[in-house]
Ligand binder design. Structure first.
Ligand code: KPL
Length: 308
């Protein structure tokens, strides 16, 4: 029997655990976890995986996410689900196990962490994924697959032959999750970024679900201005979307995710650091570099910085 491919997963939060559970049905999946949580005598992790009304127990081997010595076990495929602000350091800490052939897939929200990793490892095959899969982790022992979505995958690192992307996408598709290859992953990342810029900070400041934004004066009075700024930022980055198109997209996502608590509001409520610097913060750094003024975005950024 052919040996199963090995996939390492860094960042076993809700989304990382969803992919780990799904991929482990046909692959050898190893979780990379904080070293102080790996017991050398019992290096396995278990969690309950709830998919619709079915609950199963998933048990996976784990290894420390920090490596000081050149390991025998080099990493072939690394899926990274850490928060955007942790990603660069998390990848650096695995450096002794990463070779120029290690392929890395980044699932981060926002923008900036992708460039940080491609700058760190300019010769590696690096890919980014943009996903609408919904999962949550009410506690460490339970992962709930809350809403089926879709994932787009594309290359962002050193130029790769098309067969590399094909082979990676068939490996990831063995999860059973819906996966689409795209030659234009940056555009997908940018659209997701714009949506996150236009929903997440408002929900954090107003402490409300996505669907409750419409009708709030703060949102209603500034969303058009913000969409103009976001359209300008996208144009600088080579992506043409009018402010009207962006605003229609934002309203559509708000309606489709009306009952969602945005990831930023979830972080705020859990007392965790938010990803604001990789969302509205990225837009502000672009505005700064190009000597442009994007006052609505800057105001949202400053308010979130000041409050959380
Ligand atoms: O991606 C999201 C997030 O919460 O980060 C949206 C699209 C806003 C859905 O909640």
């Amino acid at each position: 029997m052919a040996e199963q491919p090995t996939i390492h997963i860094l960042g076993a939060g809700a989304l990382g655990s969803l992919w780990a559970a799904q991929l482990s049905q046909q692959n050898h999946v190893i979780l990379l976890v904080k070293p102080d949580t790996v017991d050398p005598a019992q290096s396995y992790r278990s969690f309950q995986f709830v998919d619709q009304n079915q609950t199963s127990t998933v048990t996976l081997p784990c290894e420390p996410s920090i490596s000081h010595v050149k390991e025998e076990h080099l990493i072939e495929t690394l899926l990274v689900f850490t928060k955007s602000y942790d990603t660069l350091n998390a990848v650096k800490q695995l450096a002794p196990r990463i070779t120029p052939l290690t392929r890395i897939v980044l699932f981060q929200n926002g923008m900036g962490s992708q460039q940080e990793v491609t700058n760190l490892l300019p010769n590696n095959p690096i890919f980014a994924a943009s996903t609408t899969e919904g999962a949550n982790r009410p506690d460490k022992s339970r992962v709930i697959y809350a809403g089926k979505g879709e994932t787009w995958l594309g290359s962002i690192g050193a130029q790769q032959p098309e067969c590399e992307l094909k082979s990676l996408s068939s490996l990831l598709a063995s999860s059973g999750l819906k996966l689409t290859r795209t030659p234009d992953i940056w555009e997908k990342l940018w659209l997701k970024l714009a949506i996150n810029c236009a929903i997440n900070p408002y929900t954090a400041l107003l402490d409300c679900n996505n669907g409750e934004l419409i009708g709030q004066p703060l949102f209603d009075n500034s969303i058009t201005l913000l969409c103009h700024e976001l359209s300008q930022a996208m144009k600088i980055s080579g992506i043409e979307k009018t402010a009207d198109e962006l605003q229609a997209l934002v309203i559509d996502v708000i309606n489709k995710t009306a009952n969602n608590v945005s990831s930023m509001l979830q972080d705020v409520r859990a007392g965790k650091q938010t990803e604001i610097e990789y969302i509205n913060g990225y837009i502000e750094s672009l505005a700064h570099t190009h000597e442009l003024s994007m006052p609505t975005n800057l105001w949202l950024l400053q308010q979130v910085r000041a409050r959380y």
